[in-house]
Design a protein around this ligand. Structure first.
Ligand code: MLT
Length: 257
């Protein structure tokens, strides 16, 4: 039963990979699915997302802003029932969906794919090297813990990958990883084998607890979003367990697990 945390997306051969982008992709994705979106097609590039149209909603951001011609941006507040129920969403973001291309394209015996490789082409079902890839954030924290705990009990290896920010450490993703570690450690005790990243993330979680306002104030990307008029998104991203769903990778898309 092993649990690892990496502070930026890396290759993994773990049984379950968990990708975190608290601000804002994995938060908004959980909210979209809980509000009835049928699936999320994670795309590495704008072109890849546009190639899925028409018939899907286009969502995402570049520099936090909705790309031209897209139906939705990356704000969790946009993914209402009215906007997304029954719809497939082709979604591309700066860090979150790119992190996925690292994780989904990872295989110990193969090099990382170029970022232009369509994400949907990277994942034949069933995945040959990971039985599951799921998305986590604060809004679905308890649901993800409930999903992971029995898998760890069954001796699965779980790898948590923080999306980070343009290749660098992101405080909010690391704190959220630590919140998962804390809860899993409480459930499974000393039987859990952890890497140094898991232990370090637990220290960050301990420093902030559930004071998400302070966490997002301290985090560079939180300040960036507030300065660019997305302050209300921060409250949505800190709404603990508001979207109790586990987005799971199936047949090249994320669906409610
Ligand atoms: C990302 O994936 O880079 C983020 O979700 C950016 C954002 O906050 O829109």
């Amino acid at each position: 039963m092993s649990l690892s945390v990496s502070f930026s997306p890396v290759r993994t051969d773990a049984d379950v990979a968990v990708v975190i982008d608290v601000l804002r992709f994995t938060t908004a994705a959980a909210i979209a699915l809980v509000n009835g979106a049928r699936s999320i097609i994670a795309c590495a590039t704008l072109e890849e997302a546009r190639a899925h149209a028409p018939g899907v909603l286009l969502a995402g951001e570049r520099n936090a802003v909705r790309p031209e011609g897209f139906d939705l941006g990356n704000s969790p507040l946009e993914f209402t029932k009215q906007a997304v129920q029954g719809r497939d969403i082709a979604w591309t973001t700066t860090n979150g969906t790119r992190a996925l291309s690292e994780v989904l394209g990872s295989h110990p015996s193969s090099p990382l794919p170029p970022t232009s490789t369509p994400l949907s082409s990277l994942a034949p079902a069933p995945l040959p090297f990971q039985s599951d890839v799921v998305l986590a954030s604060y809004v679905n924290l308890s649901a993800v813990v409930a999903f992971l705990a029995p898998r760890l009990e069954a001796r699965s290896a779980v790898a948590i990958a923080c999306s980070g920010r343009e290749g660098s450490f992101a405080l909010e993703d690391s704190a959220c990883a630590g919140a998962l570690v804390r809860r899993l450690r409480a459930a499974l005790g000393d039987r859990l084998t952890m890497n140094d990243g898991a232990r370090a993330s637990a220290c960050i979680d301990e420093a902030y607890g559930e004071d998400f306002a302070r966490l997002f104030r301290d985090a560079q990307h939180g300040r960036f979003l507030r300065d660019h008029g997305f302050g209300a998104d921060l409250d949505a991203c800190g709404a603990l367990d508001a979207a109790p769903v586990v987005p799971r990778w199936r047949d090249g898309r994320f669906v409610a697990g």
